[in-house]
Design a protein around this ligand. Structure first.
Ligand code: SAH
Length: 216
């Protein structure tokens, strides 16, 4: 699937739209402008790729809405070379944004089909990171601590294991809530025992599933 002038034009409009909705981080906006989101969608949805909406990606999952991706990434305050854990690889679009921001990305997915598909697909676009299959609710203790952690599925409560895997001074962004909507939480780890928690509005996510590895 080519990246045409039309696609590029649609991305510019999307970026203007995100700017109007309050996204201020220029590097985040630059990534949205660069990454061909239409290539992450099933053919049936390609024409909707540059609307600010979530879409199905198979295995009952969705690619997050561009605004949500931009908002979460902005809250993380990514700096180059930081080690970032992403829970919920999904289509790999959010991973691509993080990689584009020069983060060293570790991403974990619990749906085997999606894990395999994205592990093959993302490097083909030139985005390289570390892919894992498993339960991201428990994090990736082997590679901890992380500078930043981003959760891209709705967790019923703040995953304590993930806070443990965050560096002191690190930030975690996670949508929390088990109903139809989640509240975006920012957890700033102040010391080994203290975190500052703030909330940043309501969003809709697919639920985080924590009891098995292969939801297929
Ligand atoms: N970041 C993705 C968003 C995908 S939706 C993107 O940009 O496309 C959320 C993803 O989280 C789904 O793929 C779902 O399978 C995955 N997920 C749900 N529970 C999980 C868990 N416990 N561990 C890892 N991934 C999980």
């Amino acid at each position: 699937m080519k990246d045409t002038f039309r696609h590029k034009g649609l991305r510019k409009i999307l970026v203007d739209n995100l700017r109007e909705k309050g996204i201020r981080n220029e590097k985040v906006l630059e990534m949205i402008n660069q990454i061909p989101r239409h290539q992450f969608l099933d053919n049936a949805f390609i024409q909707f790729a540059y609307q600010d909406k979530a879409f199905p990606i198979g295995s009952g999952q969705t690619i997050s809405q561009p605004y949500t991706v931009a908002f979460q990434t902005q809250l993380l305050e990514i700096n180059p070379y930081e080690k970032v854990l992403e829970v919920g690889t999904g289509s790999g679009y959010q991973s691509a944004v993080l990689i584009g921001m020069e983060a060293n990305v570790y991403t974990i997915e619990r749906q085997k089909d999606l894990f395999k598909k994205t592990k093959d697909f993302l490097p083909q676009l030139g985005y390289n990171c570390n892919f894992y299959y498993g339960d991201g609710y428990k994090g990736l203790s082997k590679f901890a601590p992380f500078d930043k952690i981003i959760v891209t599925c709705g967790a019923p409560k703040i995953p304590e294991d993930l806070i443990l895997q965050l560096k002191v001074g690190g930030r975690m962004v996670a949508p929390i809530g088990s109903g139809d909507v989640q509240v975006m939480h920012l957890i700033e780890k102040m010391s080994e025992t203290e975190s500052r928690i703030t909330t940043h509005g309501e969003f809709v996510f697919v639920p985080m599933l924590n009891n098995k590895n292969n939801g297929n």
